[in-house]
Design a protein around this ligand. Structure first.
Ligand code: EPU
Length: 337
């Protein structure tokens, strides 16, 4: 197990930001993870997965542990469902492809989301009407301080919109090592409720879609709206869609009758941040090496050579302007380091 000093993280964050780690270790087994944690008690650690949901604004003056645990296995099966376990360093989309090739349903709407399996529960990733919490059974995690393994079941994870216990109450205390999902066998519940999917399937004349059709539709929609990080650095949605009270919404709607909204509860609605940013005139604009994606205003991009601070400044400018115009604050979804 090799420790590398002054290690460049440029190829380990999808924004493609140049920043270095004081020390870096690639972890490929549970035993290694245990050993490294036990011999670095009290030391500042930084846990790196796929690097798809972070903005590096500085070098990391800590020991970076790159979690590269690999393996996908069906661990239990009944007539109607299977429990599939993926180690946390598996690439998420490769895992989704595995499930579809094995005719296991439940993850198809989340095709092509960047990042690794182990980070998916942390922010309860979701797309096109489905979230991780819908199929997540449990995850295994190692306590950083004691190196003991613990199982977290779905109910304990306090999942919410891009939220979980791992981002809140127990932040920085555990490293997720594997995740179990309960997936359907044959009797799939196809979810095409999200307008974009219905339209994409209709365009291709597909009337009774299977999970593979839904996956293909999602891939095609994502490729048309979201930039490929290998071509244009980005971190997916930079902001969360804000959830506001119905009263606040009515106030804004009186001034901006076209505002889109999705009911969340009897008292709250979610409004699309992409719409707010587009209305504010930012969509497709470039500021130095940073910009707002031309096809999806929720995505900030690195045109090449942008620093993390440049992207952070742009995000703050957008937050301020949206607040001035609409009186709504949009929070970053990406972790700012
Ligand atoms: N919209 C605009 N202008 C834009 C972008 C969006 O007006 O530039 C409007 C659209 O017209 C639509 C609404 O906003 O009415 C929603 O747009 P879209 O379907 O593209 O989804 P989103 O709310 O912008 C969320 C997730 C995405 C996920 C999509 C599809 C968040 C923060 N983002 O985006 O997740 O792929 O829904 O389910 O919830 C991510 O988290 O990194 C991510 C890409």
């Amino acid at each position: 197990m090799e420790t590398q000093k002054n290690f460049s993280l440029k190829n380990h964050n999808t924004f493609g930001i140049e920043a270095s780690a004081a020390e870096y270790i690639n972890i490929s087994s549970i035993a290694q993870l245990k050993e490294v944690l036990a011999s670095n008690v009290g030391r500042e650690l930084f846990i790196l997965g796929g690097g798809s949901n972070m903005l590096l604004t500085k070098n990391i003056d800590a020991l970076v542990l790159h979690i590269n645990l690999r393996g996908i296995k069906i661990i239990n099966e009944t007539e109607n469902c299977a429990i599939v376990r993926a180690q946390s360093g598996e690439n998420w989309h490769n895992f989704v492809v595995f499930t579809i090739e094995n005719d296991l349903g439940g993850l198809e709407n989340m095709s092509l989301i960047p990042g690794n399996v182990g980070t998916t529960p942390i922010q309860n990733i979701g797309a096109y009407g489905t979230e991780i919490k819908d199929t997540f059974v449990s995850c295994e995690a190692m306590n950083i301080a004691t190196q003991e393994m613990r199982t977290f079941y779905n109910e304990e994870c306090e999942f919410g919109y891009r939220e979980s216990i791992f981002k809140n109450k127990i932040k920085g205390q555990y490293i997720i090592t594997s995740v179990d999902f309960k997936l359907s066998k044959g009797n799939h519940k196809i979810n095409t409720s999200y307008g974009d999917i219905t339209a994409e399937l209709a365009k291709n004349n597909i009337q009774n879609p299977g999970i593979s059709d839904v996956s293909k539709a999602v891939i095609s929609i994502r490729q048309s709206k979201l930039p490929d990080p290998r071509e244009l650095g980005n971190s997916g949605s930079f902001f969360k869609n804000p959830i506001i009270s119905k009263e606040k919404f009515k106030e804004v709607q009186a001034k901006f009758p076209d505002i889109r909204h999705f009911p969340i509860s009897d008292t709250e609605v979610k409004v699309p941040a992409g719409w707010l940013i587009e209305q504010a005139g930012f969509k497709g604009k470039r500021f130095g090496n940073a910009g707002i994606h031309v096809n999806q205003a929720l995505v900030l991009v690195n045109y090449g050579g942008a620093t993390g601070s440049e992207i952070l400044d742009l995000s703050q400018k957008i937050q301020k302007e949206i607040f001035d115009i609409f009186g709504i604050w949009i929070d970053a979804e990406v972790n700012i380091i």
